[in-house]
Design a protein around this ligand. Structure first.
Ligand code: PLP
Length: 441
């Protein structure tokens, strides 16, 4: 029974072997060693049970090893495992047709399949340059788009992602993400904060350093993920869309973390009433099988044969897992994410009233951020307290992940039930109470 003494003996032994042979660059937060999982529950190699409110970084959208996803993987593996993107197969086509159906575009959509989020972002960068014949981009402070050299040039959540990896890809200018809790740009009379950020982009960036006819695209997470689960104000995306239309700039929504039903809609950008030009997807798209996609309007996918490709693109097992995942999300889990997510947000708002260290609770659906501060007036980040809450929750059987400087993200499988949320939040609040007592001694 919790609190567990972690890591247990089996976990300790595996971690020691891991350290001997696996790159130390992976950012492991706490010593969880997975044995098996079912839905929102996971067990470690010492038999300890946890509720998984991290979902493998928002990946296992249908829960761990959903029987329908497992069956789709098994059936496809028996038929064939790989043929390469030099050939055709129907499962890949069926997935692309499905992505067209759920894409946020009015007209027909076309997809380029990848193995990960960062590769989907690379594909979006390359296609934007190809299609517009322009080379420059705007990205956002706090953003996370991946770690390959193109994507990491846009990533701006922590400087350690860039240290000793320079030079970056040329042609990315970063601007502030519209964070309503921590605004950095002064608003004019009658102006919303989202509009203020777009005015800043037009008047300070486009007119001073980046001529708009050199600008291929604006790459943005509709809800910033790794940067702190930050939801922009409602006036932001409409103003950004207008700016992109004015100068024929592509609006690229990175939906790797926020997409696939997590916010109660297929794509987070749909919450803001705006149609992007390109979206990138990965993480939750195939319940944990490695798959990504760069999806765009048919007319924008204008590059010719040979201009971009990969060996594993359209991997049949990943595609089969994705088709099963989309069906499950469509039938029940997207609505569940909306309803249970709202329930969790309400419960967290109540928890906030009881705990002065919580500065902000925010999110849509099952993409929820809880930001910890030293006090609500100064909003100074309570980094140590946040880390303590993550560790105390872990020892009590709840997996969560930090994001931003002092935020904890709650991103459980979309199938998570109200009673699992109740159990998780009971542990979460206990962890906060203990951490507050320790830090206010
Ligand atoms: N884009 C966003 C918004 C992400 O959150 C991530 C990963 O966290 C990525 C891109 C990169 O995805 P991957 O780790 O699959 O390369």
């Amino acid at each position: 029974m919790p609190p567990y003494q972690l890591p247990g003996p089996n976990a300790k032994a595996i971690i020691a072997r891991d350290r001997a042979h696996i790159s130390p660059s992976y950012p492991r937060g706490y010593p969880f060693v997975m044995d098996h999982g079912k839905g929102t529950e996971v067990w470690d190699v010492d038999g300890n049970r946890f509720l998984d409110f991290a979902a493998g970084i928002a990946v296992v959208s249908t829960g761990h090893s959903h029987p329908k996803v497992v069956k789709a993987i098994q059936d496809q593996a028996e038929q064939f495992i790989h043929i390469s993107s030099d050939y055709y197969h129907e499962t890949w086509v069926r997935l692309a047709e499905k992505l067209d159906e759920i894409s946020p575009f009015e007209g027909k959509a076309s997809s380029f399949m990848t193995n990960s989020g960062t590769e989907a972002v690379e594909a979006a960068i390359k296609l934007s340059r190809y299609h517009t014949r322009r080379s420059q981009f705007i990205g956002f402070l706090g953003a996370f788009h991946g770690r390959t050299l193109g994507a990491v040039s846009f990533t701006a959540s922590k400087s350690e992602y860039k240290g000793r990896f320079f030079p970056m890809m040329n042609g990315v200018v970063h601007v502030p993400f519209p964070d309503p809790y921590r605004p950095v740009i002064a608003r004019r009379k009658g102006e919303g904060y989202g509009e203020a950020v777009v005015r800043y982009i037009e008047k300070e960036i486009l007119s001073r350093i980046l001529p708009p006819d050199e600008l291929a695209g604006i790459l943005i997470e509709p809800i910033q993920g790794e940067g702190g689960y930050i939801v922009p104000p409602p006036d932001f995306f409409p103003a950004l869309r207008t700016l992109c239309d004015k100068y024929e700039i592509l609006l690229i929504a990175d939906e790797v973390q926020s997409g696939m039903g997590r916010t109660g809609k297929w794509w987070a950008i749909e919450n803001f009433g705006v149609e992007p030009d390109i979206i990138t997807s990965a993480k939750g798209i195939a319940s944990g099988m490695p798959l990504g996609a760069m999806i765009t309007r048919k007319e924008i996918m204008s590059w010719p044969k040979g201009s971009h490709g990969n060996t594993f693109g359209g991997n049949p097992i990943s595609c089969a897992a994705s088709i099963a995942t989309i069906k499950l999300i469509q039938e029940a889990f997207m609505q569940n994410a909306r309803e249970v997510g709202e329930y969790a947000l309400d419960a967290l708002a109540e928890i906030r009233v009881r705990h002065p260290s919580i500065g902000d609770v925010r999110g849509i659906g099952m993409m929820i951020g809880v930001e910890f501060v030293k006090d609500r007036e100064s909003k100074v980040h309570a980094v140590k307290l946040r880390d303590e809450v993550v560790n105390l929750a872990f020892e009590r059987g709840l997996l969560t992940l930090g994001c931003g400087q002092s935020t904890i993200r709650l991103s459980p499988p979309l199938s998570t039930t109200i009673s699992e949320v109740d159990d998780a939040l009971r542990i979460f609040e206990e962890a906060i109470t203990l951490a507050e007592a320790k830090h206010h001694k």
